[in-house]
Design a protein around this ligand. Structure first.
Ligand SMILES: Cc1cc2nc3c(=O)[nH]c(=O)nc-3n(C[C@H](O)[C@H](O)[C@H](O)COP(=O)(O)OP(=O)(O)OC[C@H]3O[C@@H](n4cnc5c(N)ncnc54)[C@H](O)[C@@H]3O)c2cc1C
Length: 406
């Protein structure tokens, strides 16, 4: 019988797990221990609405009144150093320990920094504090250099433009997000940046920065010098897996878990960006840095703690908002043999399906949330489809998942 559950990391996954535990009637002690000073909040607005406006309305995932009413203890500004499962204790970095019959490691990730690219005007974006600091520089006419045209770098470029700043976007790849979306869809992202006044420089990275009291100079790998007001490094993340490693839990490109969030150590679970979960649809472990994956795996893990089965088996899904366009991606495809486009790429109103042997494995869409929901069903059913039917706007995508469909 569980009486004490500790959720390590006070972010998306911990908040969802706490809610799930109480929703299913767990009436023992729940303690959330988080390194940041803030109660759990959502990160997606940090590069979008919150970066633009600074309005915290709707940002926080658990409010103080909710925690008080549901008897969830928040221990903030505190790091966990490890878990001693045999003793049933979670160890605090400041000394001491906390009783835990079960624990969830939900420590997420931190923004990757670049060696030597440092200074007051150099930013990364992972926390609310980062967003507050960066917002100060996003003014009309400000010159911002963004390094990395991944989703976060691209969203920062978009928000900076919305605030009237001039943006230079450097990216190591030939086309943005080519490793995820392929060359054709990467080119769509490149065009979106350029159409919105961003100077995109592919195959160009940063060599060094030189900061003064009035600005920051960026020397690029193409031997160009750019005078700027601020630099944003958006080159991915490092996983926070130190708690797992220190506790003898298997880590292999993330904390290894099954579809219910169980780690290699009984009574210890993991969810969120730091977790690499087994995905039965793809027959391999997949790690994502997405709101939806974090929430679903946290829900599954909280259920599993209570002896309930609720596996996270939906295809991965995420969105990104850039320049007023809603981009969505679902599934998982490292390579594909056909890309089928439904709708109009020129009008940024399309869904591109990535097929392997006629089976939809992933989809990427602009302003086509409905098609992406259909794509999720197609990925989940694993049935080969007729590309012409997929392309045909009159086809009901859900019908393609049914027996006898075209
Ligand atoms: C700027 C930004 C924009 C995003 N936009 C989107 C989007 O548009 N769509 C989408 O799908 N996803 C988006 N994401 C991704 C999404 O927010 C993450 O996938 C999600 O927050 C992951 O949740 P998590 O619980 O794993 O970690 P987090 O929410 O990062 O929480 C982890 C917490 O654990 C704390 N911690 C770490 N180590 C310790 C320790 N040892 N002890 C105690 N606490 C610790 C950290 O400080 C942090 O507060 C975005 C992320 C960012 C940063």
């Amino acid at each position: 019988m569980l009486s004490d559950i500790v959720l390590i990391g006070a972010g998306q996954s911990a908040a969802v797990a706490a809610r799930t535990l109480r929703r299913h009637g767990f009436d023992g002690r729940i303690e959330i221990i988080g390194a940041e000073p803030d109660p759990p909040y959502q990160r997606p607005p940090l590069s979008k609405e919150y970066l633009e406006s600074g309005d915290p309305e709707g940002l926080f995932l658990l409010t103080e009144p909710w925690c008080a009413e549901k008897d969830v203890r928040l221990r903030l500004g505190e790091r966990v150093s490890g878990i001693d499962p045999a003793a049933g204790r979670v160890l605090l970095a400041s000394g001491g320990s906390v009783r835990a019959d079960a624990a969830l490691i939900a420590t997420g990730a931190r923004a990757r920094t670049l060696p030597g690219i440092t200074g007051e005007r150099v930013h990364t974006l992972r926390t609310k504090h980062d967003a507050d600091r960066l917002r100060e520089y996003l003014r009309p006419g400000a010159r911002i250099v963004v390094i990395g045209a991944g989703f976060i770098g691209s969203e920062v470029a978009s928000t900076a433009r919305a605030k009237g700043a001039e943006v230079v976007l450097l990216d190591a790849l030939e086309t943005p997000l080519r490793h995820v979306l392929g060359a054709e869809m990467g080119e769509v992202c490149a065009s979106l940046h350029r159409a919105n006044g961003v100077e995109l420089r592919p195959r160009e990275t940063v060599e060094s920065v030189t900061e003064s009291s009035t600005g920051i100079g960026v020397l690029t790998s193409g031997h160009r010098w750019i005078d700027a007001d601020a630099v944003v490094v958006g080159t991915g993340v490092e996983l926070n897996v130190d708690v797992a490693t220190a506790s003898g839990i298997e880590v292999n490109g993330g904390i290894v878990v099954d579809e219910c969030g169980r780690t290699s150590v009984p009574s210890v679970f993991a969810a969120g960006d730091a977790a690499s979960r087994y995905h039965p649809l793809f027959g391999e472990h997949i790690r994502g840095e997405h709101f939806d994956s974090a929430s679903r795996l946290a829900t599954a893990a909280a259920n599993a703690m209570l002896g309930r089965h609720a596996a996270a088996v939906d295809p991965p899904w995420f969105w990104s908002d850039q320049y007023g366009v809603n981009l969505q991606y679902t599934g998982h495809a490292r390579e594909w043999d056909e890309l089928v486009i439904r709708g109009s790429v020129a009008e940024l109103d399309f869904c591109a399906f990535y097929l392997v042997g006629g089976v939809v494995r992933a989809a990427f869409a602009a302003d086509r949330g409905g098609d992406v929901m259909g794509a999720k069903e197609l990925i989940a059913c694993g049935r080969a489809v007729n590309p012409a039917a997929l392309r045909d706007e009159d086809t009901d995508l859900l019908e393609l998942t049914m027996d006898g469909a075209r």
